[in-house]
Design a protein around this ligand. Structure first.
Ligand SMILES: [Zn+2]
Length: 450
């Protein structure tokens, strides 16, 4: 397939915007990028897509999300509004994830993945919880992802909050799914696995130990850390040390592991995250919504921590997350020099791609170059000022909208063309979720009745 009549954003280092160049895709990868005339001459019979002057760029990557959260939209929380993050967990997320049956796990994932395709997010790292539908839940999500055609990394969040039996079931689900994925040839699948843990505050020493013992070697871990001070208070009470130290004792940190949030960490913890090469993900929209504070992202970066960008289950509109990142640090520090566009790009583009590269080692993701996976989006953006490789971050922050994404491709396969999703039936998915939502909400509300 040849993509013609476009402007190419490579997200190479340094970034380039190429004009009059075409992209030749063979199978699941980019085979050639070169002068359009030459490529047209060399591949005369090849299927062509004329983008009519759109920008073609690597699909966006979301480093942390929750496919299970779709039914929260518009749902009322009974009683007084939660006053802090621990109450939000107890009154919203935990009763909600307990309300999910297997068909809801599927419907929620469908809604979220559809949202990702429409908004140009082609790779997603998910963190799943459904305590009353654990066994096989990752297969259900795997099936949704596989049919939809996106790229994903999946895990199940192990936690003690629903008792020992369910903690054990969570461990088994991670291990079973990891081994299933491992048994498939790497280049045949767009899905990878890691080992999910909820957060230090809902994990006993025994469960942490059991998880580490059970986790296959180099599976890495995906865990929320210090999203709120309560995680630190809890860790200090349980173990005498702070959260990152506690996880380090168990060998949970490292270059295959993802630590989510890291808002309330101290200097020693930042040092440990850097030393161990652990990935940290930043989700500023979620942090603002929960009123939990702002991670010291610039300090983390200066200390050598690899910070990435996720949505935490918000809509998979990564440029919205860019914009929030760009704005919130300026406000938080009352300093407009904070978090400039290049820093946002380093996090959202280069670090996210590097993180995904630890899971997909056979070919690069998140870059336009020969040999890379053909995960692309077309963006119908027509700037009224000059746009260059250098000022692109500011065009994205102030000019791009996800509604400008018209076409989404993953591994050389078109998932959406001219805003029509090809791999999923949008109407049917919306209808099914709407039919199931009242029962999910009923099961949720029942947990508040005496
Ligand atoms: Zn999360």
């Amino acid at each position: 397939m040849l993509i013609t009549n476009s402007r190419l954003v490579t997200w190479d280092e340094p970034n380039q915007i190429l004009e009059n160049q075409a992209v030749y895709i063979q199978g699941d990868k980019i085979a050639e990028i070169g002068p359009e005339r030459e490529l047209l001459d060399r591949h005369p019979g090849e299927e062509r897509i004329d983008t009519e002057g759109q920008y073609v760029m690597p699909g966006n990557i979301c480093a942390h999300t929750h496919f299970y959260g779709a039914f929260s939209r518009g749902m009322a929380i009974p009683g007084p509004v939660p006053k802090d993050f621990p109450e939000i967990l107890q009154k919203l997320w935990w009763p909600l994830d307990r309300s999910l049956r297997m068909e809801d796990v599927r419907a929620s994932a469908e809604v979220m993945v559809l949202d990702a395709i429409k908004h140009g997010t082609t790779t997603l790292i998910d963190h799943h919880a459904s305590p009353n539908a654990i066994d096989g839940s990752l297969d259900v999500i795997d099936d949704v992802v596989e049919r939809a055609g996106v790229r994903a990394v999946l895990c199940y969040e192990v936690t003690d909050r629903d008792g020992e039996g369910k903690a054990q079931a969570g461990i088994r689900e991670n291990v079973r799914f990891f081994n299933k994925i491992k048994s498939q040839p790497e280049n045949a699948s767009r899905i990878r696995a890691t080992f999910g843990l909820h957060a230090s505050l809902t994990l006993s020493d025994a469960t942490l130990e059991a998880s580490v013992q059970a986790a296959p070697s180099n599976s890495g871990f995906h865990i929320h850390v210090a999203e709120h001070e309560i995680d630190q208070y809890d860790s200090l009470a349980k173990s005498g040390v702070r959260v990152v130290d506690r996880l380090h004792r168990y060998g949970i940190l490292g270059p295959h592991s993802i630590v989510v949030h890291a808002i309330h960490v101290d200097a020693r913890e930042v040092g440990l995250l850097a030393q161990t090469g652990t990935w940290v993900t930043h989700q500023p929209r979620s942090n603002m919504n929960n009123g939990v504070g702002v991670a010291q992202v610039e300090s983390l970066l200066r200390a050598g921590v690899n910070v990435c960008l996720g949505t935490d289950g918000f809509s998979h509109t990564m440029w919205e997350e860019w914009k929030t990142t760009y704005l919130v640090h300026k406000l938080w520090h009352r300093d407009p020099r904070r978090m400039n566009g290049m820093e946002v790009t380093n996090i959202a583009v280069y670090n996210n791609a590097a993180l995904v590269g630890t899971f997909f080692r056979e070919a690069p993701v998140g870059i336009l170059m020969p040999g890379a996976y053909a995960d692309l989006i077309f963006v119908d953006y027509h700037p009224h000022t000059p746009m260059t490789a250098e000022n692109l971050p500011w065009h994205i922050i102030f000019g791009f909208h996800e509604s400008m994404v018209t076409t989404t491709m993953v591994s050389g396969k078109l998932l959406m063309v001219d805003r029509k999703v090809l791999t999923m039936d949008e109407e049917e998915i919306t209808h099914r979720a709407r039919e199931q939502a009242p029962a999910v909400w009923r099961r949720y509300e029942q947990q508040f009745r005496p």
